[in-house]
Design a protein around this ligand. Sequence first.
Ligand SMILES: Nc1nc2c(ncn2[C@@H]2O[C@H](COP(=O)(O)OP(=O)(O)OP(=O)(O)O)[C@@H](O)[C@H]2O)c(=O)[nH]1
Ligand SMILES: [Mg+2]
Length: 488
Amino acid sequence: MSRRLRLLVTTVGLAALAWLLLASIERAIALAERFEGLPQGVRWLVGGVLLLLVSLGAAVTVWWLRPRRPRAPVTAPDRTSLEARIAQLRHDDAGVEELRSELTELDRRRASARTYLAVFGEISTGKSSLIAAMVPGAAPASDARGGTTREVTHYETSAWGDGWTIADVPGSAEAGGEARERLARAEALRAHAVVYVCAGDLTRSQAEELRWLGDFGKPLVLAVNKADQWTDIERDQILQHVREQADGIPDAVLAISAGGEERFTRRLADGSTEDVTRRRPAQWQPLRDALRRLLAAGPSALEAQRENAVLASLHERTGERERAYRADEAERIVSRYARRAIVGAMAAVAPGSDLVIQGALAASMVRALASLHDVRVTDVEVDNLLRQVRMTLRTGTSVVLAVAGNALKAFPGLGTLGGGVLHAFAYALIFDSFGRALAATLAERQALDQADAGERMRELLNEVDASRLRRLADLTGEALRLRHEPSD
Ligand SMILES: Nc1nc2c(ncn2[C@@H]2O[C@H](COP(=O)(O)OP(=O)(O)OP(=O)(O)O)[C@@H](O)[C@H]2O)c(=O)[nH]1
Ligand SMILES: [Mg+2]
C-alpha cells in the first residue's frame, strides 16, 4: 500500500471513529434527559436494572481475567506400594511380566547416567528425519507414507554433550495403530525430556497429546517441523498461532526443518532419466539450543520427574491388569456359587414351588465378591441386598422360568438329568445374573451399591442371549452330572 493511500485510510478511519464517539455521547445525553423526565419510581427501577447489568458485566470480566490455576502435575503412587500390587497379580500373566520389566528398565536407565530423549508426535511429522539430522550416522527409515516407524529404536550420540540416547518411536494417530501408539507413549514417559514434533497448526488431538505430556512436568519442546515449506512471514504467523494453541504447556515452541528426503526424476544429457533421492538440508539449531538449555543440569537432576512419569504409567497399567484379574476371578466365583446353587436346587426344591434364593449361599457369594474388590460389607448390607434380590425374583419368577423352559427345549439333553432340572437351571440363571451384576457394581463403584446392582440384575435376568443360554445350560449339565463328587 502506498504512503498516500495509507494516510487516506487512516484519516477516514479516524473520522469514522470520531463520528461514532460523538453519536454515542449525543445518544447518552438524550437518554439521560429522558431519564430525568421519568417519574421517581421508574427512575429507581431503571437505575437498579442498570446497576445490576453493570455488576454482572464486572463479575463476568473478573471471572474471565482471573489467573488460571496451573494444572496439577500427575503424581504417581510410591514405588513400594506399586511393587506390592504387581506382586499380587497372577505370576504367569505376560502382561505382569511387562510391568516388572518396566521397573527393571527404570533402574537400568538411572544407573546408565545417560540422558534419554524421546522424539514423539503424530505420524509423518518428520520424527525419524529429525533423528537422522540429530544423530550423525543414524539412518532411520523415513517415508512420505504415515506409519513408517513400527517400533521404538534408540540412537546413541555424544555429538552434542554427554551421553545421549534418543528414541525414535512410532507416530501416533495412525488408523489401527493403537498398539504402536501405546509403545510410543510408554517410551515418551521413560525419557528425561520429550520433543513433540508437529508440522503446522496443532490439531485437536495433537493439542490433547501435548497436554497429556505436559501434565508429567518433564522438559518438553514443541518443534514445528517442515518450516522450509513456508516463507519467513508464514513461519512467524504459524509459530505465533501454535504458541497460542500450546497455551504455555511446552518449555519452548520453535520452528525447525528436519530435512527428510525428496525424490525426483532427473533427465540426463543423453536423454535418459534417473530417479534421484536427495536429503533436504536440515535446520534445527534452535532445537539444539533449547535442549542444551533445558537439560544442562544432567540426567540425575531430571531423574525424579522421569521416575514419577514411569510410575504413573505403571500405576495405570497395573490398574488395568488388576481389573482384568478381578474380572476373571469374579467369573470363577460366580460360576462356583452358581454350581452350588444348581446342586442345592436339585436337593431341596419341590417342582412347582416358588424360586427362593438360597440365602446362606448368596450371602457367601456377596462376601467373596466384595472381598475380591476390597470392599467392606456389613451383615446388614448383605441382608438388605438379599432382601431386594428376593423381591426382584418374586416379580421376575415367570421370566426366569420361561428362560429355563427355553433352555430345556433348546438343549434336550438337560431334560434327562432329572425332575428338578427346570429349577436347577433357574438357579443357575439367578446366581449368574446376581453375581455378575454385583461384580460389575463393585468393580465400577468400589462400593456395594444396592440400587445399581439391582438394576443390573434385572437387565441380566431379562436379556439372555443364545451364548449365555448355552453357557448356563452347560454349567447346569456339568454341575448335575458331577453333583455327587466333592466340589471345590
Ligand atoms: N519438506 C519437508 N519434509 C520433511 C521434513 N522432515 C520430514 N519431511 C518429510 O516428511 C515425511 C515423513 O517423514 P518421517 O521422518 O518418516 O516422519 P515420521 O514422523 O518419522 O513418520 P512415522 O514414522 O510414520 O510416524 C517424509 O516424506 C519426509 O521426507 C522437513 O523438514 N521438510
Ligand atoms: Mg518415523
